[in-house]
Ligand binder design. Sequence first.
Ligand SMILES: C[S@@+](CC[C@H](N)C(=O)[O-])C[C@H]1O[C@@H](n2cnc3c(N)ncnc32)[C@H](O)[C@@H]1O
Length: 231
Amino acid sequence: MYTGDLGHYERCGEQFGSFVKMAADLSGAGAPRILELPCGYGRVTRHLVRQFAPGQIDAADIMSPCIEFVRATFGVRAIQIVDPVNEFANIQDGAYDVAAMGSLITHLSEPNTRTVVEHFLRKLSPNGVAVITTHGQRSRDDLHARNWFEVSDLDRTTLLDAYAHRGHGFVNYSPAHTFEKKTVEEVGDAYGVSLTHKDWMTALIEELGYSLAKYTEGGWDNHQDVYFIRK
Ligand SMILES: C[S@@+](CC[C@H](N)C(=O)[O-])C[C@H]1O[C@@H](n2cnc3c(N)ncnc32)[C@H](O)[C@@H]1O
């Protein structure tokens, strides 16, 4: 998403594009089929179409203006997520050599994260590799140092405590927040801010029958953990 700094927007998109390339290499697919979910207004998609043919890329999001924008601008297949929104039933299971999820479960509660990860990983082909990002330890440390998530002071404490004791925490943005205002208006209260401990995430991946191929703490935009996941 765009936060007013074009250089930062470009760097984040380009960096995530390099993760998709890494996942494609790990999958071994010559011309990988790629799912990007969520795509937003194409911060990452614009870099994907420089590395892969648009016909290889399916981009999905819950917001229809995003879908219309990426379809018209980048020529990719764009899929609008329908109810139940965390199950992605209108996206083919077993079809993608790379399934890329940048900054979605960073905004979801524990049960919603479980549902999303479970259904998202089903989209992978047998040798496919998923890339999923979370707010992990570095985000926790940033939040501890300063309230950069735009949550209330009470919710900030709740988030830090839940992360420390349960490995996962979720709160809503404060009513006065500006950062993700439009998305919250569209998606509703299910969309807030989460912290996810590496142990919690790794346990979920294993419980679902997958394994961690590679992991980088704070590897995206110097604050989001990056998980490369395969069967
Ligand atoms: C923080 S943005 C990330 C977008 C993109 N990955 C990026 O890095 O620029 C989160 C996106 O998730 C979308 N979203 C929220 N809930 C969703 C859901 N259940 N299914 C698909 N997209 C969802 C929002 O519309 C928004 O575009």
